[in-house]
Structure formats: structure tokens, C-alpha cells
Unconditional design. Structure first.
Length: 485
């Protein structure tokens, strides 16, 4: 009953190691109440506690709870959900499957510590703590547990809602999907209170009511009445509106309101939902187009591609799509003759890209008020690896640059100067490599310190360009003797 033999009846035995097994010379036990036990691998043989309701993120709903740890058999258990550990902080009451979820005092052991004794307490009360044991099995922990005082006290499991949100993958949740028959209308009423994530569309709940009746495959489509949180916001409360059944396409506000919680998990959102509307279902936000990447980087003279795809082809007509270069012109246009648009209007090819092509391009589809913005950014034609170099007097320094021009410039197109206008003389302290993308200054003195400019002359589609980058070389300031002492 404890980790040492205090107060226990013991007797001597002889043991021999036979290589692959042991043999024991045992004496007769004192009575029939004493027996010899066979050791087991606790890490391998521990039973699993894998019920989802034990997750500390799950609220306690009395009608749904199956917790009965007051009848738990004493022994070793592995927590087979979430992080696989009991919380090391006091959680909220009425979570993790019951009114009083557990947490551990004393921390988790290392592998070297082996089996340690800890105290399990229960949130919201100081009553009925339990002595437990924990062992670090390397890849997981196991817990020696005993029954709790009552069913209201439960051994809970720590987790992150992002890891265990149930996936809702029905395509009919799309905000542009419209049910055309009664058999095609759905409800979420039978889903229990839990955390969920959407895996279709943009993996997020719609933030505005859909336009048509029976949108999202239901009578009362549900949408988020507020903005989604950022990753930094953590878990936040939000309000869901169930749209009224609009017979005459007249918006009649919310049929019902549900208070939920939301977490931004980076690639998706997790929602704690408790469906209560008989003919209601949650609606997924889904623009008809998606342009990736949102920012296109390109070198001078390169082919830059803006590529958009459809998430849903319902009612799509490519003739609806319009492209505009913001603060400039609608495409296609003769002033940007190096741009062509694909037949389905979802791809823009910018050939021999140059200065006039940099900017923001907008796609717009009037029928769904869908718009997409993609920014096209040109790399600097000549880019220094760093803008400032600090060197000790008499030391050497190498300035390196990269040329973002296609085709690659020849050495005759590249020059180095020390401003204001002194051409670098490689016969002195300077040396330039064959590709002219690095300049080395030897034995730097105050005379060599200053600003150096690497310039490049090139053409793109018959238009001449002159670009440069400036780099500053400065001497390291020496500390005065008084300051160093």
C-alpha cells in the first residue's frame, strides 16, 4: 500500500538469476492471507482510461455524463486521450466529465525517478484527496489510481481543444449550398455538447447569414454573429445566430441564439457547440475562389503566376470574373500587354515581369460578392545580404550581393563604386570575384570606410533598367581605457 515496506510482514528468500529467468527459494507463507505476486511491466500492462468525456476541455452535462470513478478498480492506468497526463493546475469545476475534475500536486517524474507518490486533488474543493502514484514510461505516463469518494469526483485528462475537436465534413454546410428537397435538409440537434471543427470550405463558420432559403442544407442555418478570434486570443465566448425561415426572402433576424466558445488553432477553428435547434445546422464559410499564394514574389524578367481555384462550381460563370490592377486599370489592357488571363479567368500570367507589374491584383465575382486580393512583389534587382558592416581597423570585410534578374547579368553589366562617385580600383585594397557579386576590402582604415554601391544595368522585354543597392562599411569604435577598467 506504499512505496516502502514499513509496517508490512516480510520474510527472507533466496534468488538465482538463470539468464532468461529467475528462480526463487521460498518459505511457506504465514497464512492463507499471504501470497507471492508475479511482477508485471506496468508500462505495458496498464489499463487504459480513454473516455473522451475525461478531457478537461469538455463541460459536464449531467444527462450525458458516464463518469463513475467511485467504482474504479484500484491499479495502474494509462490516460489514453489528450496529452496523456492529469492536469498540473486546478481546472474549472464542471469540466472533464463531472463536477470535480482532478489535478496533481508535485509534478511529473522523470524516467530516472521511476515510480513516485503524488496527491490528486479535485477542483473547487479540498475534500477527499487521493494518494496516487505516477511512473514515467518514456513515451507516456501511467498512474496508479484508486476509487474516488463519489461519482462527482473524476480523474480528468489534460488536453488542448485543437487536438480533439470532432470533425464536421459535410459538404452541404457550404453557405452556397441550397437544399432542393425536404429529404436534403439536415439538423445538428442530435449532436452532444462538445468541441467541433469544420473541414470543408474555409474551415470556419460563416460570419453572415446566407442569402437563399434552405442554404447550408437546413431550415435554420447557423452563423457566427461576431468576428473569429486570433491565435493570441485563446478561447473566447461568441454568439451564434440561427436564421429565421425566410419564406419571402425577407430577413427576420435570429430565430434562436446560442452562446458558444471558439479557439483559433492556426489552420482551423475549434468551436464548443451545444445544438438546441430542431431544424438548425451550422453553416460553413466558403468563398467561391481561393488564390494561393496571397503574395507572389518574382525576379525581374521572370514569369509570375496568380493562380486561383474554385471551392464550389455551383452557378459559376467565368464571364462574371473580372480582374483589376488596383489604382491602375482593368485587365486586359494594352498598357500591360505582357499580362494574359486564362480561359476560365482564374489564372493570370505575367510574362517578363518588371516595375509596371508590381502591385495588388483584385478578382471579383458579382453574383456572390466574392473578391480576392493578391499582391505581386518584385525582388530588388540587386540585394545586399546585409546593409551595414562593422569591422576593426586593419581588418578585412567582404560585401555580398544577389542579383534577382533573369537572365542572370553578365559581369560587364555590373559595377562597384565608393560613393559619392569613386570607381572601385581592384589594384589597391579591393578585390571583386568573377561574378561581381562580392567585394572584399583588405586592411580597412578610415579611408576605406563609407558607402559602397553595387549597380546593375539590364533589359526586360526591350526596356532598359538601372538598379543599385548601397552598403555601409564602418569602423568599430574602440573603448577608452577608462571605460574598460
Amino acid at each position: 500500500t506504499n512505496l516502502n515496506n514499513e509496517g508490512q510482514s516480510c520474510q527472507d528468500a533466496r534468488i538465482r538469476n538463470c539468464g532468461s529467468y529467475y528462480v526463487y527459494q521460498l518459505l511457506k507463507s504465514h497464512s492463507q492471507n499471504y501470497g507471492f505476486c508475479v511482477a508485471q511491466d506496468q508500462c505495458e500492462d496498464a489499463r487504459e482510461l480513454g473516455e473522451r468525456w475525461r478531457l478537461i476541455t469538455n463541460p459536464y452535462v449531467s444527462s450525458q455524463s458516464k463518469a463513475k470513478d467511485n467504482s474504479l478498480t484500484k491499479g495502474w492506468y494509462r490516460l489514453a486521450q489528450g496529452h496523456g497526463t492529469m492536469p498540473e493546475y486546478e481546472p474549472d469545476t464542471n469540466h472533464g466529465g463531472q463536477a470535480y475534475p482532478s489535478y496533481v500536486l508535485g509534478g511529473l517524474p522523470s524516467v530516472e525517478e521511476g515510480e513516485v507518490e503524488r496527491t490528486a486533488r479535485f477542483a473547487g474543493t479540498t475534500s477527499y484527496p487521493r494518494t496516487i502514484r505516477i511512473k514515467n514510461c518514456g513515451e507516456h505516463y501511467i498512474y496508479w489510481l484508486q476509487s474516488t469518494q463519489s461519482a462527482s469526483y473524476v480523474y480528468s485528462i489534460d488536453t488542448d481543444v485543437c487536438l480533439h475537436a470532432f470533425k464536421l465534413d459535410e459538404e452541404w454546410r457550404n453557405q452556397f449550398y441550397v437544399s432542393e428537397s425536404e429529404d436534403d435538409r439536415h439538423t445538428d440537434l442530435n449532436r452532444g455538447k462538445d468541441w467541433y471543427q469544420f473541414t470543408t470550405g474555409f474551415k470556419m463558420m460563416a460570419e453572415a447569414p446566407p442569402l437563399e432559403r434552405y442554404s447550408c442544407g437546413t431550415v435554420h442555418p447557423a452563423y457566427l454573429n461576431q468576428d473569429h478570434p486570433s491565435v493570441e486570443d485563446g478561447v473566447v465566448p461568441r454568439e451564434v445566430c440561427f436564421k429565421e425561415d425566410e419564406v419571402d426572402n425577407i430577413y427576420q433576424a435570429c430565430f434562436a441564439v446560442e452562446n458558444i466558445r471558439v479557439k483559433n488553432c492556426g489552420d482551423f477553428y475549434a468551436y464548443q457547440l451545444n445544438p438546441v435547434v430542431k431544424e438548425g445546422a451550422y453553416c460553413v464559410y466558403n468563398r467561391k475562389t481561393s488564390c494561393e499564394p496571397k503574395v507572389v514574389h518574382a525576379k525581374y524578367g521572370e514569369l509570375a503566376v496568380i493562380n486561383c481555384t474554385l471551392n464550389s462550381e455551383k452557378d459559376f460563370d467565368s464571364s462574371e470574373v473580372s480582374w483589376t490592377k488596383l489604382n491602375s486599370v482593368e485587365l486586359p489592357d494594352t498598357s500591360l500587354s505582357n499580362i494574359d488571363i486564362s480561359d476560365d479567368s482564374l489564372m493570370v500570367n505575367i510574362h517578363d515581369i518588371a516595375d509596371q507589374n508590381a502591385g495588388v491584383y483584385a478578382l471579383y465575382i458579382p453574383s456572390t460578392a466574392t473578391s480576392e486580393l493578391v499582391e505581386v512583389i518584385l525582388y530588388n534587382a540587386v540585394e545586399a545580404s546585409q546593409k551595414y558592416y562593422t569591422v576593426k581597423a586593419g581588418g578585412d570585410v567582404t560585401i555580398e550581393v544577389e542579383f534577382n534578374v533573369l537572365p542572370a547579368p553578365s559581369p560587364s553589366q555590373i559595377s562597384w563604386r565608393k560613393l559619392p562617385n569613386k570607381l572601385v580600383n581592384t589594384a589597391l585594397k579591393y578585390s571583386i570575384n568573377d561574378g561581381k557579386d562580392s567585394l572584399t576590402i583588405s586592411g580597412v582604415t578610415a579611408k576605406e570606410a563609407g558607402t559602397y554601391r553595387c549597380s546593375i544595368e539590364f533589359e526586360v522585354d526591350g526596356v532598359a533598367y538601372s538598379k543599385h543597392t548601397d552598403v555601409i562599411v564602418q569602423l568599430e569604435e574602440e573603448e577608452e581605457e577608462g571605460q574598460m577598467m
